[in-house]
Design a protein around this ligand. Sequence first.
Ligand code: DQA
Length: 147
Amino acid sequence: PVVFILNGPNLNLLGLREPAVYGSSTLADVEALARATGDRLGLVVECRQSNHEGDLVDWIQEARTRAQGIVLNAGALTHTSVAIHDAIRGVGVPTIEVHISNVHARESFRHHSYISPVAAGVIVGLGLDGYDLALQALARRIKRPDP
Ligand code: DQA
């Protein structure tokens, strides 16, 4: 099975941007770890990042025919994007929403997510482990699709 790991705006700056909030590992580190976790779980992990909303919409649509699951950290688009909400709903591929930081402990504009209502699950505030945990959850779900 193939799983997409999609990261949105500013996550290319991981390790450089607010390390007190997001940690000091780079996106390349996170993606390498995720691919290694995928190998252990029998998943082929494809990682992509974009600062552009439309790229994320295109990749979510691509997942409809190419992937069995999506791990999505949409960054700030989480709090604004009806287009991403509609894409996830439209393709029906199980999507796990990940946030590195605990968005609920931060500014109130981060408390609402357009993605959560269409996500299979949400992982928030567990740092970079969130990506690994999301892959584990998807691997189980793909093997045993019932809740
Ligand atoms: C984030 C939280 C968002 O509010 C923020 O805009 C990000 C990163 C996180 O991973 O904690 O870019 O999604």
